[in-house]
Design a protein around this ligand. Structure first.
Ligand code: ASP
Length: 328
């Protein structure tokens, strides 16, 4: 379902939280893996209402797959979705009409790989995994990342769809860089998963802010900002205006707050509050964090109402609206 339509059709409870089961896959809840009562894993969660992505991750986890494969394959669903104009193929371009992709991935050992400003390649998260597993480096960018992808067998493709091109040509008439809160020009997918062994991984992938300056890279491929995993503690990932997430090293901060004893929910709230403390006069932007701890407890928080996250575990498949710093 389109997120905007979903939000229009939704009613929030007074607590600002309600759950929407993802009906299409309810039969998949007959799981093969059984969590103990004190824990809730396997589990996969992701930013926004990307139910097909969490369904894919769950398929991997439920077949006893590991969390690294689950997050990679989960976010790849959205990278391949041409109707999603914020991730992968079909993503909105920069102000010059170039689609440039950013992604990263991190495993239970703290290994990580990232690509930024990558063009002409459909699955940046898969290239990021190759960087992690087959190079001594963490991040490759631009032409070097593209060349590396070809060497690893990735095919060159045109990422700019007719729809995104048309909208960009329309945008060029005014050429105003003005991200609109909760409108689909910033819907990065960040995904966190815990497998049956209790091991955590994460991935994050995006086409970045629509109509950005050529060369701009946001938080999404930056380990610690757009994503962080510490298998002893938990993991966090972000969506929204990446510049603000970088300034607070948001995902790392949230994992460290969990280390100090905060729940995922409390840690996400503190993460957003740190951003707002640096933006006393500016509130016209959106950020959403999601987090998970070692037990499989989850949390989320955002600046403006409208952000939701998907959760798929033994308990079911839900779209969960996030509580927000600014209330309705
Ligand atoms: N965080 C992404 C970026 O700044 C965009 C988004 O999540 O909407 O590139």
């Amino acid at each position: 379902m389109k997120r905007r339509k979903f939000l229009k059709n939704s009613t929030l409870t007074t607590a600002g939280i309600f759950f929407t089961p993802f009906l299409a896959s309810s039969k998949e809840i007959n799981t093969k893996t059984k969590p103990s009562s004190a824990t809730n894993f396997p589990i996969a969660i992701c930013t926004w209402n990307f139910g097909n992505a969490t369904a894919k991750a769950w398929e991997v986890l439920n077949a006893n797959g590991n969390s690294l494969d689950a997050v990679q394959q989960g976010v790849m669903v959205e990278e391949a979705n041409i109707n999603n104009q914020t991730v992968g193929v079909g993503g909105r371009p920069d102000r010059d009409g170039n689609v440039t992709l950013d992604a990263c991935i991190m495993d239970k050992e703290g290994n990580c790989g990232a690509v930024a400003y990558l063009q002409n390649i459909a699955s940046p998260v898969s290239v990021a995994r190759k960087v992690m597993e087959e190079t001594p480096h963490v991040m490759l960018v631009g032409k070097g990342a593209e060349q590396f992808a070809y060497e690893k067998g990735f095919k060159k493709i045109n990422l700019l769809t007719e729809k995104s091109k048309k909208q960009w040509l329309e945008w060029r008439k005014k050429s105003e860089y003005k991200p609109i809160i909760n409108i689909e020009n910033h819907d990065t997918i960040g995904m966190l998963a815990i497998d049956k062994d209790g091991d955590i991984s994460g991935a994050c992938t995006t086409s970045g802010m629509a109509y950005k300056i050529g060369g701009r890279v946001g938080d999404s491929p930056i380990i610690g900002a757009g994503l962080f995993v510490d298998n002893e503690i938990g993991a966090a990932t972000a969506t929204g205006v990446g510049e603000e997430v970088i300034r607070t090293v948001g995902s790392f901060l949230i994992v460290e707050l969990m280390r100090q004893g905060k729940t995922p929910q409390q840690a996400c709230e503190e993460g957003v509050k740190r951003i707002m403390a640096k933006n006393k006069d500016k509130t016209d932007f959106q950020i959403g964090f999601i987090a998970i701890n070692k037990k499989g407890e989850t949390g989320s928080y955002c600046i403006h109402p409208g952000f939701t996250y998907r959760s798929y575990s033994q308990k079911g498949h839900y779209n969960i609206p996030s509580d927000s710093y600014i209330k309705r």
